[in-house]
Structure formats: C-alpha cells, structure tokens
Design a protein around this ligand. Structure first.
Ligand code: ADP
Length: 654
C-alpha cells in the first residue's frame, strides 16, 4: 500500500499556525469542534439515507464515542456518520473550501483574545485539534463504500499530511489526537466528561465513554486504580435542546446551545423559544447575538437558521426562514409539517415556509420591541395573526437591563434593521418604531421617532432630518442653522442606508419626514409674518445679484435663490424635492453606480457680509466659484476642480 504526501493549501498552513498560537489559552475548545464535526457527519448520513436507506449497512446506530489512553497519551473521537473517501479526506482536511477565508485572515489583529473570538465565529473546526496534539491520525470509511476503501490521514500539522488506503470494518470516522506534553490533562475521563457537559450536552446524539471503576490494589500496599469496565455509557443529555420544556432549560443551557450553533463565544443578547401550533406547526428557538459577525455586510451572507424537520437536521443557513434584514438572527426551526426531502428550491415555494417566515419575523420584532421597551401607548400591538394566538410555551429572555441591551443591539445591527423599511412593507410601522437616531439634541443614537414627535414645536409640520458622512459633518452643516436658531430638533443620519431606507418611510404616524437639504425651506407657521416679509424684501433687493450668479455658475447649478435657512453661512446647496441628496449621489458613485448628473440649487444668505460684497466686485467670478465650492465642502463634498479652488482662494489671500 502506498502512502502519498500532500502539502496543505497555503491558507490551511497559515490557519494552522494561527490556531495553534492564538488559541493557546483556550485549548479545550478542540473537543467541542471535533464532537461537532462528528455530529454533523451523523446528520449528513441521516439525511442521505432518506434517499438510500442501504447507507446504514449493518450499523443502524448513530453515535459518537470518545476513548482515551493515558499510557499512550491519546484521545480518540469516533463517529458512525457519513465518513470520508480518500479523495474527500484530501479535499476536506487539506484545503479550506469556505469563501471569506482571506477576509478572515486580513481581519486578524494579533491580539490573542480578539483573534480567538474571530476564529470562533469562523469555525476552525478540525484544525483546532492541533492546539493539543502534535500528531493527528484520522481513519475513515465513507458510508456505502466497501471496507477496503477506507483511508488513513496523518499529519503533524506543520505543512504536509499523508494519506494511505486502509481496510476499515466500520463506517464513519475516528480522529486520534496524540496529545502534546502540556495537554495530557485531556487523557482523563473526568476532564473529558466535564467538557462534554460544558460544550456538547445538547448534541442530539448519544456521546459515549467507556465506563470506569475503581479497583483496589491486588496485593497489600499496592495502590488502587481506575480501570475500564468495557461498557459504553452515554454521558450527554442527547436530546435536542429545543424539544425540551422551557422550564427544564436553564439560561446557561440556552447560552451554551447558542455558542454551539452560532460558533460565537460571547453570550447572546436575548432569545425567544416557542412552540407554534396553528395552520403550520413548528418550534422556533431564535437568538439575538450580542455583536456583529465580521461578514455582516457580505451581500451573500445567509441567515443563520438551521432547519430541522421532526428533529432530523435538513440544512444550515435556511435563508427562506427569515427576511434578509433579520439575517443577524441565529437559531433553529424544527418543522412538523415539511417533507423530509425538502430542498432549497422547494422551500422557496412552500406555504408552510412562508408562514414560518412570517411567524419568525413577528417574533423577532416582538423580542426587539420588548428590549426597546417601547412605551405601550406608543406601540400598539398589531392584531395577533391566527398562529400567533396559538403560541404556547413562550419564553422571551429579556427582562434584565432591557434598555442597555437594546442600545447594544442597535449599535451592532441597527443599520441592518433599517433595510427592513424597504424590504418589509407589511411591518414598516413596527420597524419605524424601533429606529434610533442621533439628533441636534442628542449625540448618541437614542432618539425614537415617537420621542421626536413628542418634542415637536407648536406649528411644526414635519420630522426634519439630515444625512451626512459623519456626525460632525451633519452637526456642522449650514442647512441646520435656521433650525438651530429656532430650536427645532433635526435628526442626524450617518448610516449609508439611511437615505435609501427613508425613501420608503414618507411619513411616521401621520407626520411627513422631510430632509432639510431638499427643496425650499418652508417652516410654515414657525416663521412669523415679519420674518417672511423681511425675506421677501431681501429677495427683491438681490435680484440682479442672483442673475449674475446664475450666469457665472451656469455649468454647476440648476438655480440660484435666496434662502432664510442660513444664519452664519453665506450659501448652501440643496437638491430639488424629489431629487437624490448630494450625499446619496456620492455614496452611489463610490459604489460604482451611474448617477444621473442632476445639478444642485445654490441658496444664498443675503444678510451675509460676503454676499453683500459680491455685487460690483472686480473678483466677482472667482468669488462666485468660491462660494459654490465652499458650499460643497461644507456639506462633505469636494470641489470638482480642487486645484482651481485653491488657486482662487490663494489669489484672494495674496
Ligand atoms: P467545518 O466543519 O466547519 O466545515 P472543519 O475544518 O471542521 O470545517 O472540517 C472540514 C471538513 O472535513 C468538514 O466540512 C467535513 O467535510 C470533513 N470532516 C471533518 N470531520 C469529519 C467527520 N468526523 N466525518 C466526516 N467528515 C468530516
């Protein structure tokens, strides 16, 4: 029989180095990862066997066994799952198939703790064995292949691995770790049991260990010792957590289960666990993570929902079970109604899936509302839908420090939730009540639209907002001057999705939303008659100036007009009411999108000394361009010809 040597894919070698070095202080996770792989392998067999029962062969049992040998310093995890062929062993244990590896590598900071977190999210799985082992031997046979087509894979984790064909009587895989000197504690029954208890209690398969008993020394004076009994005992709960009554599940168990399914070592913010009985029957266990994953903005990222049908694992990342704007939610759905052979394509058309998706959406929004503790009067529950009414056995984990938790949630995932305004018209009202923004009265994003409405001035007819790149740019924008003077609150929006998402929220609770950078300013009843009259007179007086400016800037602006919105600045740029804001235009250009070239409107403040000096000035043309370029700068843009701008300013300075 020939042994073949293969080099690890470069990424694997890099990852191995990283895993062994940065996870050093968190050694014990290797066992969780190996058991999780073993359990996945059993799930895969169960799933493939739905179509071909002969894959079970003469071994109907699916289980994981853990053996150790103190003298030989080994620990072995054996499963009766799907197994691997020789080609699969080379491919799966020598390369990283998952996309995003490079991004993951790029995000590593060198800070052990932070990197360990990232690795957890990424799921290093099998390779974590090398944290505790200086050599790993894997023996495997794929279900359905004859015993002679087994494979042995060995490596010391340094750069290469070897594979050879073996004869293996049993289907499935065994992974043997040759423990390092400093990891001998894992060749111990108590220690292993402790770890199973901690990490793998809810694996829905029996995890077995050989029983041990104490044997006294045979002769006087000889010490006693633990000896194996030869009987395999199941050491975990071996039931799927979500099927147990919630009163029997502790917070700690919920948290551990989350860590296991989400590969996240930080406890979740909150969860909701319900059995829904109605037109379609299912159990939902949904978690809100406490921090965003590194690939939250990956457009391809799928929802973190595992789908089971009557406890049989069907698929990971069942994206049909949640709308995209809730893609940060992790959890498990176990359906009683879907067929076991359901495919992703079938999921798309299934009415049951649609009902589950709507149920999940309602439940997550409800959980968020609880966390946000929206005042009851301001957030009337929509009439419960049919299957909501039949929910039994509800547990929402959210009592403690709900407010803080919502702030954390919003900081991590608020920008994603905002996508829901566009994506989910049916729940737009509920989502709108969950929104939080900074404003001219609050630097932190904690102002709700209800708060804002409650503080509106008498006679104020709109909710005003401004979009900008940063809080500083928003706060300093000339467009806000009149609002500040009048003491009118303006919401400050700095997320990229803000403007797009608000295009779907024209009004909130009967009050229109109005960008302060769009259209002519009309504060209606907030301006008194004297002010209006003064403005009209000023406009009349500068009519010739306006015409001159229009002429000088005709290539850059759509129009020039007098405004009352400015107090301290000479000019600002606005777009027409229906137009795209300059901010959105910039974002779209950055994203490589073609944007129709709409020119902005230049508004001038006739009271400003600079404006007063314009008419008849020998430098009129330069000043006009500077006025325009500065208005662009003030709202976060750049002059079209920065060098020309600098030249003009310098000429005047000299
Ligand atoms: P992940 O499990 O996240 O895909 P791993 O590095 O843990 O990543 O494992 C890589 C691949 O090796 C798995 O996807 C699987 O195909 C295969 N594998 C690992 N352990 C087993 C096992 N016990 N039985 C069968 N296949 C396995």
């Amino acid at each position: 029989m020939t042994k073949q040597s293969h080099a690890f894919q470069a990424e694997v070698a890099q990852l191995l180095h990283l895993v062994t070095h940065s996870l050093y202080s968190n050694k014990e996770i290797f066992l969780r990862e190996l058991i999780s792989n073993a359990s996945d392998a059993c799930d895969k067999l169960r799933f493939e066997a739905l179509a071909d029962a002969s894959l079970y062969g003469d071994q109907p049992e699916l289980r994981v066994r853990i053996a150790f040998d103190k003298a030989a310093r080994t620990l072995t995890v054996t499963d009766t799952g799907i197994g691997m062929s020789q080609d699969e062993a080379v491919a799966h244990l020598g390369t990283i198939a998952k996309s995003g590896t490079r991004e993951f590598m790029a995000r590593l900071s060198g800070d052990q703790k932070a990197d360990a977190q990232l690795i957890g999210q990424f799921g290093v799985g099998f390779y974590s064995g090398f944290i505790v082992a200086d050599r790993i031997a894997v023996e495997s046979r794929r279900a359905g292949l004859p015993p002679e087509q087994g494979v042995r894979w060995t490596s010391d984790g340094s750069g290469a691995f070897e594979v050879e064909a073996i004869t293996r009587a049993e289907r499935g895989t065994s992974v043997t770790l040759h423990l390092r000197e400093d990891a001998l504690e894992y060749a111990d029954g108590w220690r292993i049991k402790e770890l199973i208890n901690k990490y793998s209690d809810h694996i829905a398969l029996p995890i077995q260990m050989e029983g041990e008993k104490w044997e006294e020394g045979k002769e006087e004076g000889q010490p006693g010792q633990m000896v194996k009994t030869g009987e395999w005992e199941t050491v975990n709960q071996a039931t799927a957590l979500w099927t147990r009554p919630k009163k029997d599940i502790s917070d700690e168990q919920y948290t551990q289960f989350y860590e296991q399914i989400a590969h996240d070592w930080q406890p979740p913010l909150a969860w909701t666990h319900n059995r829904v009985e109605g037109a379609t029957e299912y159990t939902q266990l949904l978690y809100l993570p406490s921090h965003a994953p590194f690939d939250l903005w990956d457009r391809e990222k799928k929802a973190g929902i595992k789908l089971y049908v009557r406890r049989v694992f069907i698929m990971d990342e069942a994206e049909q079970l949640l709308p995209r704007y809730l893609r940060f939610v992790k959890g498990v759905i176990d359906s009683a109604d879907l067929p076991l052979n359901v495919s992703r394509e079938l999921l798309q058309e299934s009415r049951d899936v649609r009902a589950i998706r709507e149920g999940n959406t309602r439940r997550v929004l409800g959980l968020l509302e609880d966390l946000a503790k929206a005042p009851a009067a301001a957030a009337p529950e929509p009439a419960p839908a049919a299957d909501d009414a039949a929910v039994t056995d509800v547990q929402d984990k959210n009592e403690a420090q709900a407010g803080d938790k919502y702030a954390t949630f919003w900081h991590e995932f608020g920008a994603v939730l905002k996508e829901g305004l566009g994506e989910d018209a049916g729940n737009r009202e509920r989502i709108a009540r969950l929104l939080r923004y900074a404003s001219t009265t609050s630097d932190s994003a904690n102002v709700t639209l209800d708060d804002y409405k409650g503080r509106m001035k008498e006679g104020q007819k709109a909710i005003y907002y401004i979009t900008a790149d940063s809080l500083a740019a928003a706060k300093g924008s000339p467009q806000l001057e009149l609002f500040k003077k009048k003491g009118i609150e303006v919401l400050l929006m700095t997320d990229r999705v803000d403007e797009w998402s608000l295009s779907f929220l024209r009004e909130f609770d009967g009050t229109p939303l109005q960008s302060v950078a769009k259209g002519a300013v009309d504060l209606g009843d907030l301006q008194d008659e004297a002010e209006k009259k003064a403005a009209e007179e000023a406009a009349e007086a500068v009519k010739p100036l306006i015409e001159h400016l229009k002429e000088a800037l005709k290539d850059s602006v759509e129009d020039v007009r007098v405004t009352t919105r400015l107090v301290d600045s000479p000019a600002c740029l606005v777009v027409k009411d229906a137009g795209m804001s300059l901010q959105l235009e910039r974002l779209m250009r950055q994203a490589g999108q073609a944007v129709p070239a709409a020119k902005p409107v230049l508004e001038i403040n006739p009271e400003h000394p600079l404006v007063k000096k314009l008419e008849g000035n020998p430098h009129f043309d330069d000043l006009a361009h500077i006025l325009f370029d500065q208005a662009l700068l003030a709202e976060g843009g750049l002059p079209q010809d920065p060098a020309a701008y600098v030249r003009r300013v310098n000429a005047l300075l000299v």
